[in-house]
Ligand binder design. Structure first.
Ligand code: FES
Length: 362
């Protein structure tokens, strides 16, 4: 074992890509993994046990919509039996109160509920599903009635950012303990909707202020995590907290990935949980070692005093915009003073929602 690599702390278990919603900002790959190739309940049981022995403390069970798996209660029980803290990331659609009770009894410690908009029409436009907001509000109340800690995940973009204050109010009203305000990350399917979803600079600046004020106002009551708009930032974000540093992802077919979109990096091979142990994959695989440390970095990053803050930024963004996954993150103003990211259409006020591209369900 390579002692210089720290053990992972978080496992993101993407148990399915199936989802009843069709959000245009979905960051799952454009080509979804089909139900027939999803790994079995038993394989997930083994994954959770291996993750716990490797040092993982928390599993986030996500998708797609995890409730699309009939064995969700068994998966949650298996994760809890492995002594992992179990977080469920869900759209809340497809649950009855009875099913929610079952997963809580099976050991679900925490629930993250996504909301598309506080406006019912806006929610319907984004999810491409009627009545989705109402269903989500009902689900949120079941969760808090059961005294399970709730996080609200609000993915923000040009079409809903102006309702951010109401989104914060909703989190308070629902009794959420945490609110994640995350601007769209333009990976996977979301890349196809960039011109519709990209906020204006004015919206981005206003959001920064609203978040600052809300953090002060609700301190001690609501924890607010915030992912600003990448394209207006001065420096890159620490994507995944660094490649192969803290977290690993197991995709629905059992491929083990350092990040959500890593399969776009076609020069890397991603080992499957059916072919090697998680320990072997984490410490020894070519894919996890590809962008660890700084030996892969261009000189401008290697000598930068921010390299221990952003760990080189996002490899998928470097590939998408610069065609080179080992290039300095395109956001970085030190590496790219000429501002390589052009927020196309960002200053225009005219948006045609007919341009939204919905994905078909897996
Ligand atoms: Fe892959 Fe950022 S999404 S490294």
């Amino acid at each position: 074992m390579n002692q210089t690599i720290l053990a992972p702390q978080v496992l993101l278990a993407e148990v399915t890509h199936r989802c009843p919603l069709q959000c245009p900002y979905c960051s799952n790959p454009t080509e979804l993994i089909k139900k027939q190739t999803e790994i079995s309940t038993e394989a997930w049981q083994r994954v959770f046990a291996e993750a716990a022995s490797l040092g993982v403390l928390q599993v986030s069970i996500s998708g797609g919509e995890p409730a699309a798996r009939r064995d969700l209660t068994n998966l949650i029980k298996a994760a809890r039996d492995a002594d992992l803290y179990v977080n469920l990331i869900t759209s809340g659609i497809g649950f009855t109160q009875q099913r929610l009770t079952e997963i809580i009894e099976a050991g679900c410690d925490h629930i993250q509920l996504s909301i598309q908009d506080v406006d019912p029409d806006g929610a319907e436009l984004i999810s491409n599903s009627s009545g989705s907001l109402e269903k989500k509000l009902k689900f949120a109340r079941w969760v808090t009635d059961a005294s399970v800690p709730l996080t609200l995940n609000a993915v923000m973009h040009r079409l809903n950012l102006d309702r951010l204050p109401e989104t914060i109010d909703l989190a308070i009203a629902l009794g959420a303990r945490r609110l994640e305000i995350a601007n769209v990350q333009y990976h996977g399917w979301a890349e196809l909707n960039k011109s519709v979803l990209m906020p204006t600079r004015e919206q981005s600046d206003a959001t920064n202020q609203i978040v600052d004020q809300a953090r002060q106002e609700h301190q001690g009551r609501l924890l607010i995590d915030y992912v600003p708009v990448d394209h207006y930032a001065e420096y890159p974000k620490a994507c995944m907290n660094g490649w192969g540093r803290v977290a690993l992802i197991v995709a629905p077919d059992g491929s083990v990935l350092p990040c959500h979109n890593a399969t776009n990096l076609k020069h890397l091979n991603f080992t499957n949980v059916n072919d090697a142990s998680l320990e072997n994959i984490w410490y020894e695989s070519e894919a996890f070692n590809a962008y660890r440390g700084d030996s892969w970095m261009p000189d401008v990053c290697k000598s930068c005093d921010r390299k221990d803050i952003d760990f080189g930024g996002c490899r998928c963004q470097a590939l998408a915009i610069l065609g080179d996954p080992a290039a300095a993150d395109p956001v970085c103003s030190r590496a790219h003073p000429q501002n390589l990211i052009q927020p196309e259409h960002a200053e225009s006020t005219l948006i045609h929602t007919k341009e939204i591209k919905y994905r078909s369900n897996a």
